[in-house]
Design a protein around this ligand. Structure first.
Ligand SMILES: [Zn+2]
Length: 284
């Protein structure tokens, strides 16, 4: 996926960015690419922003622009600390060194506690001139509604969408089996359908990511929007069998599983937890 093309296709004006953007879905790598694109767009000195060639763009590309900060989970920690967020709060009001704006990228925005998010909200409510927050996470729903309402959310396509040929067929078959097991509502069927994925993290992540697209299609089938997953039959089946509210909850549970896989969670543990959650959602 070309991130820039994607934003342009979505009608995003890169020359006029909102103060806060949430980038969700996709994979970790494409989210970070997208965040850097936005940071370059803000800092670029060229005419067609981001030009990718000026000094500012190159500095953003090499993580050395003084007005672009990345706020990640510190090594050995599991969460972005409130102290880190307080630093951001202070820095947000310092005038940019080289550019027109300060950019703060949160690549692990799903690792921010409510307290940390609330600390940021104060800046978002009274933002200084020239500020861009970019929150990257698998599922925007993990952020506080107050943060979401002050941000524009961009959902990236999943990496898997570029795969073709035999790999795509294998993945499609696995998603189909998982979707059918989900409709059956049987936890045993669900687990059985994920066993072949237990030794292949990449495939499992692709399958769960595609399953999320199928779930979204299933929600959209009701609104007859265009299908994007290429699994129309499965989407129609899910849509007929499962309520919209439950489909959305299944999507959130699958997003959590994807995030766990991205953080090297053990495949069999992640998949059996997801199967249990889907079964619970369906049996309510
Ligand atoms: Zn540039």
């Amino acid at each position: 996926m070309d991130v820039r093309e994607f934003f342009v296709e979505k009608g995003f004006d890169l020359a006029r960015l909102p103060q806060s953007v949430i980038i969700d879905s996709g994979g970790r790598e494409s989210r970070e690419k997208a965040a850097k694109l936005l940071a370059s767009a803000v800092q670029c000195r060229g005419s067609d922003k981001p030009c990718g060639e000026c000094t500012a763009c190159r500095k953003v590309g090499s993580d050395s622009h003084p007005d672009v900060s990345t706020v990640s989970v510190a090594k050995g920690k599991k969460l972005v600390s409130v102290a880190q967020v307080r630093e951001v709060r202070t820095a947000a009001y310092v005038r940019p060194h080289e550019g027109e704006a300060r950019v703060f990228i949160f690549p692990d925005a799903d690792c921010m506690t409510d307290e940390a998010q609330n600390a940021l909200l104060k800046v978002m409510e009274e933002p200084p001139a020239g500020l861009l927050f970019v929150f990257c996470l698998p599922h925007a729903g993990a952020l506080l509604p107050t943060v979401r309402s002050r941000s524009v959310t961009v959902s990236l396509p999943f990496e898997g969408e570029e795969i073709s040929g035999a790999a795509a067929e294998k993945r499609r078959a696995a998603v189909s089996a998982f979707a059918k097991a989900a409709v059956s509502g049987s936890e045993a069927d669900l687990i059985a359908s994920t066993v072949p994925l237990d030794k292949d993290r990449k495939l499992m992540l692709e399958v769960f990511s595609l399953f999320r697209v199928v779930l979204r299609d299933a929600v959209a089938v009701r609104g007859s929007a265009a299908l994007v997953s290429g699994c129309g039959e499965e989407a129609a089946m899910l849509s007929a069998a499962v309520s919209k509210a439950k489909l959305i909850r299944m999507d959130a549970a699958t997003a959590t599983a994807c995030a766990a896989l991205e953080r090297n969670g053990k495949e069999s543990v992640v998949s059996s937890r997801l199967c249990g959650e889907i079964k619970n959602i369906l049996s309510e």
